[in-house]
Every structure is written in structure tokens, then in C-alpha cells.
Design a protein around this ligand. Structure first.
Ligand code: CO8
Length: 262
């Protein structure tokens, strides 16, 4: 994931252990289309497998995180085109990334843009962010998990209202309703805040971070009892890691832990 090798993205490593992916399709407000996803998936995978990287930030511009799927690319598709080619399946590869991903949302995050932001592990936004699932206005419905993730995040009644009306949700309200973890006053502060959090995550044991992300994600799929049992197994497993010995010994010796990520 070297700088400058992408057409629709900017890919950089601005902080120790942190990969930053910025959508760069300004003329179409970062509308999402297949060539962009080929690049996004390649960039995410490169960071996920890089030993240098501990966490990632995904962002757009001040005007738009992403204004949705590219309507011009989609408009002439038939059912057979969409179903036959599993249209947008590869748009959800973000879900298979093992390292934490933070979405820093400024401007429009509509339709697929909102869905992609919600696939991240932590969402941040600025007061100027605008979330929405406007698919109903185009004669369709959310197609990349919006109906499920938005409903879990903000509750059925509000999600239903947004999805049935196509109305937007402001950055401020996204914070109040718990869609995002934090709301910042400006776009720059939002990206910087996401980079700060990513840098902090990247400073910990990669093994523990991976396990923490995995167990929290399981809470979305499992019942509470199975989830707690799963968590305990993973917790026990971490006593087999070097980093558990390093972290706990460092505390006892009042030293800073030097992780080996093993
Ligand atoms: N697709 C294609 N082009 C777009 C899109 C889009 N979603 N959004 C904006 N653009 C283009 C415009 O056509 C325009 O291009 P041009 O200059 O060539 O005319 C350029 O971006 C700038 O846009 P506007 O002039 O419209 O800018 P405004 O500031 O006036 O308005 C809005 C901004 C309100 C965001 C407006 O552009 C808009 O309503 N866009 C469409 C929003 C939308 O409906 N999004 C949902 C799309 S459906 C969807 O996402 C289905 C999800 C499927 C799964 C996705 C998996 C991840």
C-alpha cells in the first residue's frame, strides 16, 4: 500500500502503526463503484497483512465521505446482472479485515456510503456529517447491510423512519443516538481524532487487539450466554501468548511493555 499507486484513493501511513485510506473521487462526491472497491480492498488487505500496521482509518473529503453507490453505474443493471454477478458482494470485504478500522465521516455518507461507514469497527464524525439511506427515493432499498446495521445501532423505530422516508440524520444526532462514538467540531479534528485513536490501538499487543475485536464482533451474532463463553475461551487462549506475560510483568515491574505481537 504505497502512496500514489491508486487512482481513486490516497493511501498513507501518517502515524506510527496507522494506515490512512482517503477516498479520492471528488468529482462524484466519492460515489462508490467497482474500480474503487478493487482498490479499497487491495489497500485494506495490504495494511491488514503488514506487520508495521496496527489499525486503519477510512475517510473521505470534507464535503463527502461517500455520496452512495454510483447511481450512473447501477441504473441500467438488470436483475440477472445484479444477482448473477453478486453485485456489491465484494463491497463488504471490509468485514473480513482483522485489524481495527475507524471510519472518520465528514460531509455526506449516504446509501452505500453510510453502509460502508457502518462496517467500520468505530465510527467518528464531525458536526457537518450527513448520514442517510436514501435508496427508497431511487426505487430500491439498502443493499449492503444498512437495514440491519442501522437498526442495531439506533433502534428499529428511528431506523425504519430513516429508511422509509430517505430523510437524513445530522452528525450531531448521530452522536446523540449512538450511531457514532464521537462527534467533532470540524472535519480536520475528526480525522485527527480518528488517527489519535488508531495510534493508541496500534500501540498495544496486536494479538490482544485482534482478540478484542473478534469477541466484541461476536456480540452481534451470538446470544449473550454463548458470547460470554466464546469470550472466556479467547481470554484463556491469550495466556498462551508472549504479550500476556510481557504486559502483566511490565505492570508488576512498573515498566512500559515492549510487545512482541506474539
Ligand atoms: N452516484 C453517482 N454520482 C453521484 C452520486 C452518486 N451516488 N452522488 C453525487 N454524484 C455526482 C453528481 O451526479 C454530480 O456529478 P456531475 O457534476 O457530473 O453532475 C457530482 O457528484 C456532484 O453532486 P451534486 O451536484 O448533486 O452535489 P450537491 O452538493 O448539489 O448534492 C448530494 C449532494 C445531496 C449528495 C447529491 O449529490 C445526491 O443526492 N446524491 C445521491 C445520493 C444518493 O441517492 N445516494 C444513494 C445511492 S443508492 C446506494 O448507495 C445503494 C447502496 C448499495 C450498496 C452499497 C454497498 C457499499
Amino acid at each position: 500500500a504505497s502512496e500514489g499507486s491508486y487512482e481513486h484513493l490516497k493511501v498513507t501511513t501518517p502515524r506510527p502503526g496507522v494506515g490512512l485510506i482517503t477516498f479520492n473521487r471528488p468529482k462524484a462526491l466519492n460515489a462508490l463503484f467497482t474500480p474503487l472497491f478493487h482498490e479499497l480492498n487491495a489497500a485494506l488487505r495490504a495494511f491488514d497483512s503488514s506487520p508495521e500496521i496496527g489499525a486503519m482509518v477510512l475517510t473521505g473529503s470534507e464535503k463527502a465521505f461517500a455520496a452512495g453507490a454510483d447511481i450512473k453505474e447501477m441504473k441500467d443493471k438488470t436483475f440477472a446482472d445484479a444477482y448473477g454477478a453478486d453485485f456489491i458482494e465484494m463491497w463488504s470485504d471490509l468485514m473480513h479485515i482483522k485489524k481495527p478500522v475507524i471510519s472518520a465521516v465528514n460531509g455526506y455518507a449516504l446509501g452505500g456510503g453510510c453502509e460502508l461507514a457502518m462496517m467500520a469497527d468505530i465510527m467518528y464524525c464531525s458536526v457537518g456529517a450527513t448520514f442517510g439511506q436514501p435508496e427508497i427515493k431511487l426505487g430500491v432499498i439498502p443493499g449492503a447491510g444498512g437495514s440491519q446495521r442501522l437498526t442495531r445501532a439506533i433502534g428499529k423505530s428511528k431506523a425504519m423512519e430513516l429508511i422509509l422516508t430517505g430523510n437524513n440524520l445530522s452528525g450531531k444526532e448521530a452522536g446523540e443516538r449512538g450511531l457514532v462514538a464521537k462527534v467533532f467540531d470540524s472535519a480536520q479534528e475528526c480525522v485527527d481524532g480518528a488517527l489519535d485513536t488508531a495510534e493508541k490501538i496500534a500501540s498495544y499487543s496486536r494479538i490482544a487487539v485482534k482478540a478484542a475485536k473478534e469477541v466484541v464482533n461476536k456480540s452481534q451474532d451470538l446470544g449473550v450466554r454463548e458470547g460470554i463463553e466464546f469470550e472466556r475461551r479467547v481470554f484463556h487462549g491469550l495466556f498462551g501468548s508472549k504479550d500476556q506475560k510481557i504486559g502483566m510483568s511490565a505492570f508488576a515491574e512498573k515498566k512500559k511493555p515492549q510487545w512482541t505481537h506474539e
